[in-house]
Design a protein around this ligand. Structure first.
Ligand code: ATP
Ligand code: MG
Length: 443
């Protein structure tokens, strides 16, 4: 009991004033109100809490009445109250019902009981509440021994794990994500139930799977969750190409297969580079399969485009003898905004395996790239000291694809030889190009 009293004191000290006020206001209106979910778990784990979500016995319309200016957030009756610009989600106690096709519930039933609300939650560490019944004193409500599990760093399903995963298959992906993110060990029966039911994640939408995977990649060491996902069979369902890396050779490195190499590469990318981490995850399966996988996982276009570009380019050669012009062409091929990501991926790949180029050679190459960029080398049409309207005005060229070709050719010449990027020179070159095109058309 001492553990739980200590936990209650720690939670009471951590709950922000604004949240206490919300509980207070619901209490004054005659309602029970509790902090629930991830924030309590995080506080008890000694991690910074993210969202302070509340649960209450007040029905949604009633919550709207109690808090002026509050609004519905979704179709499930969650109400959002803004305080000092921060949104707080308040949800009526509920019991979920009617799980169809192993996805989320089709309807919810509002309840009056915080314990029933906790019982529908996925894991014991997520099924703790702190707050008070109307008129009561604040208490911790922990019917599933979540505090014990927090202290033992164990992730354990609430109730019968098999039944819970059949209700909602996403919970299995949440389990591997939470294990990695929070450094928890999945409890034996929970783990066994994931193995049994892994196939059910095939029923989930690509969007929900993709968003869990992206959250997993934000963990300090995603390999913890990725390894679990492979061992339990989840990975074979959501990304068979990745699961197939198990047992496949990797750069001929002894004692390491393709999957080991992938995991090491992912972990070697800093956590604040999620796009590069995603690229690291898929770097062994090639650009084509990567594109298909990212589409299936409904990866936002801006992220998918970068990843698909990084994968084929990351094995670039580092030849100290290359010319400055070749360095500039490399930047153009990769895209100047991608250079940083590409080197980050390459560095991780080298750390995880046999470095193809040594660190010093890579650093020298990088310095040459940076020098070109700092020197303002013309690398795109916008940097040419001439444009289409100059060619029309000065040389009588006409709008059309031929004009575009001339500009592209000029850029090629300038990338090779920056001194040519000068108005009079470019006009002279363009004149020659246009004349050659004319001859060609006449022939
Ligand atoms: P994070 O801190 O990364 O946001 P979280 O556990 O808070 O993790 P949320 O998606 O914000 O995750 O969910 C809030 C709470 O809702 C969880 O702590 C859990 O109690 C409950 N919950 C979320 N998803 C499910 C689910 N699929 N099944 C049962 N309960 C769930
Ligand atoms: Mg949360």
């Amino acid at each position: 009991m001492a553990g739980s009293e200590d936990a209650a004191a720690r939670v009471a000290a951590a709950v922000p004033r604004t949240v206490l006020c919300l509980i207070e206001e619901l209490g004054a209106a005659g309602h029970a109100a509790y902090v629930v979910g991830g924030s309590l778990r995080d506080v008890l784990l000694g991690r910074p809490a993210k969202d302070w979500d509340l649960a209450t016995d007040a029905l949604p319309e009633r919550i709207l009445e109690v808090f002026a200016g509050s609004v519905y957030e979704n179709a499930f009756g969650t109400v959002v109250v803004r305080r000092d610009g921060v949104p707080f989600e308040i949800t009526t106690f509920r019991t979920d019902h009617d799980y169809a096709d192993f996805r989320r519930p089709h309807r919810v039933t509002f309840g009056e009981d915080v314990v029933a609300d906790l019982a529908r939650r996925d894991f014991t560490v997520n099924a703790i509440a702190w707050g008070r019944a109307a008129g009561g004193q604040p208490v911790l409500v922990d019917p599933f021994h979540g505090i014990e599990d927090v202290e033992a760093r164990i992730l354990c399903a609430v109730g019968d794990p098999d039944a819970r995963f059949r209700e909602d298959a996403l919970r299995m992906l949440r389990a591997v994500r939470l294990a990695a993110q929070l450094g928890l060990t999945v409890e034996a029966a929970t783990l066994a139930a994931i193995r049994t039911n892994a196939g059910l994640v095939a029923h989930l939408s690509g969007e929900r799977v993709g968003s869990e995977l992206r959250r997993l990649l934000e963990a300090r060491a995603p390999s913890v969750g990725l390894r679990l996902a492979r061992e339990t069979g989840l990975l074979a369902v959501i990304a068979p190409d990745l699961a197939a890396e198990r047992g496949a050779a990797a750069h001929g490195i002894p004692g390491q297969d393709g999957w080991d190499h992938t995991l090491r590469t992912v972990d070697a990318v800093p956590a604040d580079r999620p796009v590069v981490r995603l690229a690291a995850l898929v770097h062994g399966i090639g650009a084509h399969r990567t594109a298909a996988l990212l589409r299936r996982l409904r990866t936002p276009r801006a992220i998918a485009d970068v990843v698909v570009e990084l994968v084929p380019h990351h094995e670039f050669e580092v030849d100290p003898a290359i010319t400055d012009a070749a360095v500039r062409r490399f930047i153009v091929r990769v895209g100047r905004d991608r250079v940083d990501d590409l080197f980050e991926l390459r560095r991780a790949d080298d750390i995880a395996g046999w470095p193809v180029a040594d660190d010093a050679a890579l650093a020298t190459f990088r310095a040459r790239i940076d020098a070109e960029l700092a020197g303002g080398a013309a690398l795109d049409l916008a940097a040419l000291h001439i444009d289409g309207s100059d060619l029309i005005r000065e040389l009588g060229a006409t709008e059309g694809p031929a004009l575009g070709r001339v500009l592209d050719d000029l850029l090629d010449r300038v990338i090779d030889e920056p001194a040519l990027n000068e108005r009079a020179t470019l006009l002279r070159l363009a004149q020659g190009m246009l004349a050659a095109m004319d001859d060609e058309a006449r022939a």
